[in-house]
Design a binder for this molecule. Structure first.
Ligand code: C2E
Ligand code: CA
Ligand code: CA
Length: 565
């Protein structure tokens, strides 16, 4: 833990002293004595001293206080300080020519006294130092302020100095910079720890030079990780990284390269740790990217993260308050002259009370990422079956529905039991539920997954391989993989116009499907030319805006009833 009494004034870590004396000559002498070791402010009478204490209070390490002054004398100043909560702790050294006042001043709470006229500067400085040490517990500071190997600030003190810097330079635009040595552990392993230490010291030397040149604050915060807090515009970071790299050019034949994350123009409302977290985050984005050594924090990344967190946190409530609902997008069989409504894909929708309608393209990947998708999908499947059950009961409609199944869902061991149970509950036959599994799920190529899908098929479910063509399954793999239908990714159809190659690709997919005895569904079909082409190459089923957008339940039911009539 940091000592709450430790105070820093300047970047160099000099402490701040208030010099109070009504005689100019005395102030000048004291300034001259202390200026190398301390920062100082002065006051020429008691009232001004009080003003200065109020202004600098939290930052003052010591007050040198003359006793005899006009307006308000030193005793009054001490008394005022001791009676305040904020300033009572700041040590005071009394300046006096009257040795008899010494006892009184100590009684009032002064820590020490210095006799005028000022004679030996060393004595004065030593007394000041001693007083401050007592107050701060110097031993703790010395062992913790800088870390041993490089002499740069350690993490805690780095943060303290950076905060302190802000207090005095609130108007400056600052950058938080994180520097990390690539593969430092390898350097340790290959050349030994001692060489590793030398690398760290060598980098620290560069940073100390930088500190001299730019008045930045530098710290080593972990093994090979360094922070720099620097005024924006003081260095060009590409140059800095180049300089660091060439600083190592002839260094013991060890190849040293650094990676640098920069959070530019920091928001000062954020705490200092967060600012540097952002610099680290930026650096992490290029962790295994050998062509880049600098990354800048991008606020949109942060906004995106916030948004994702919100979406995740709100899923449960959204489910409970029915913000998720279903759309149904018809699939048409185009085998005969007149297209026939053959089935529909169930697509989830989210109406958020504040964010409005959120597209599944946005929230599904987030839920897939953290496993929440299982919960949502189970909910969606049950709602879908509930709808199908209702249509059957109320209108005698039986139409196959396909639901989307995420890769994660497949690892849920109760998946099959759950679906079968719900099919029975809502009186729907297995053959009326298709499962769309994206091609990339198959790329896992795990035996377990193949077995799960085989079980589903053995139970009588039809499996469609969704987004086919985006995962680059090999022909070989396709032959072994359990699938009934290939659902060609929509980009094939949508690029039809732009390149003749797409026609060839689609023909190829049709050939593969025919060879493997599978049907093909084309999705994302938006115009008649696309329909005509697909039909001409033998595509069986078409889904897309050309026939219909995804529809709310009532509209979809109405569409079926109209078609039947
Ligand atoms: P997908 O399974 O490939 O679904 C097709 C997407 O294409 C749907 O977007 C659909 O609205 C859209 N679409 C249909 N016809 C056309 C067309 O003619 N032109 C164009 N440009 N787009 C068309 P949507 O509804 O935004 O869904 C996006 C993705 O979200 C889906 O892609 C699917 O991967 C996922 N998704 C949707 N609902 C669910 C669900 O309940 N569970 C899971 N796990 N994923 C779902
Ligand atoms: Ca789908
Ligand atoms: Ca798809």
């Amino acid at each position: 833990m940091l000592q709450s009494h430790v105070k820093f004034h300047s970047i160099a870590g000099k402490r701040l002293v208030l010099i109070v004396d009504d005689e100019q000559i005395n102030r000048d002498i004291l300034q001259h004595i202390v200026e190398e070791d301390f920062d100082f402010v002065t006051a020429s009478d008691g009232e001004e001293a009080v003003e200065k204490i109020k202004e600098y209070g939290g930052l003052l390490s010591l007050v040198l206080l003359d006793l005899r002054m006009p307006k308000m004398d030193g005793f009054d100043v001490i008394q005022w300080m001791k009676s305040s909560d904020e300033y009572a702790e700041i040590p005071v050294i009394v300046l006096t020519s009257d040795e008899s006042a010494e006892v009184d001043s100590l009684k009032f709470g002064a820590s020490d006294f210095i006799v005028k006229p000022f004679s030996v500067p060393e004595v004065i400085l030593t007394r000041m130092q001693k007083t401050i040490e007592l107050y701060e517990d110097r031993s703790i500071i010395q062992s913790t302020e800088r870390e041993d190997l490089t002499g740069l600030f350690n993490k805690e003190y780095f943060y303290r100095y950076a905060e302190q810097y802000d207090t005095f330079h609130s108007d400056l635009i600052m950058d938080a910079v994180f520097i990390d040595i690539n593969h430092f552990h390898l350097i340790n392993e290959l050349y030994g720890r001692k060489a590793g230490d030398e690398v760290l010291i060598h980098l620290s030397d560069y940073l100390k030079d930088l500190r001299e040149k730019t008045r930045c604050i530098a710290g080593r915060v972990e093994a090979d990780k360094f922070f720099v807090y620097i005024e924006h515009g003081k260095v060009a970071y590409t140059t800095m990284v180049e300089e660091i790299n060439s600083h190592f050019d002839n260094f013991r034949d060890i190849h040293v390269r650094v990676r640098c994350g920069i959070y530019q123009n920091v928001e000062k409302d954020l705490d200092i740790e967060t600012r540097f977290d952002r610099a680290i985050q930026a650096a992490n984005t290029i962790k295994n990217n050998y062509s880049k050594s600098i990354a800048r924090y991008d606020n949109s990344t942060y906004q995106k993260k916030l948004y994702e967190e919100r979406i995740i946190n709100e899923m449960d409530d959204a489910m409970a308050s029915h913000q998720f609902y279903l759309n149904f997008q018809p699939k048409y069989n185009v085998h005969d002259e007149v297209p026939v409504l053959a089935s529909a894909e169930v697509l989830v929708r989210w109406d958020h009370p504040e964010l409005g309608r959120i597209s599944p393209g946005q929230f599904i990947p987030i839920f897939e990422h953290n496993g929440l998708i299982q919960k949502l999908d189970i909910y969606i499947w049950e709602r879908a079956l509930e709808c199908a059950g209702r249509w059957k009961k109320e209108h005698g409609i039986e139409i196959p529905l396909s639901v989307n199944v995420s890769r994660m869902d497949l690892y849920n061991s109760s998946l099959l039991d759950f679906i079968i149970e719900k099919l029975i509950d809502y009186d729907i036959s297995k053959s009326n539920l298709y499962l769309e599994i994206t091609e990339s799920a198959y790329m896992d190529d795990s035996d377990q997954l193949i077995e799960i899908i085989n079980n589903l098929r053995a139970e009588g479910f039809k499996i469609e391989m969704d987004d086919f063509g985006t995962g680059y399954s090999s022909l070989n793999m396709l032959a072994d993989v359990p699938v009934d239908v290939l659902k060609m990714d929509m980009r094939f159809v949508q690029n039809l116009k732009s390149s003749a190659k797409q026609e060839t690709m689609i023909r190829l997919i049709m050939d593969i499907a025919k060879y493997l005895g599978m049907n093909v569904v084309a999705e994302g079909v938006e115009d008649k030319a696309q329909v005509d082409f697909l039909r001409s190459v033998g595509c069986d089923v078409i889904q897309g805006y050309y026939f219909s957008k995804p529809l709310p339940e009532e509209e979809f039911v109405q569409l079926i009833l109209d078609e039947r009539a």
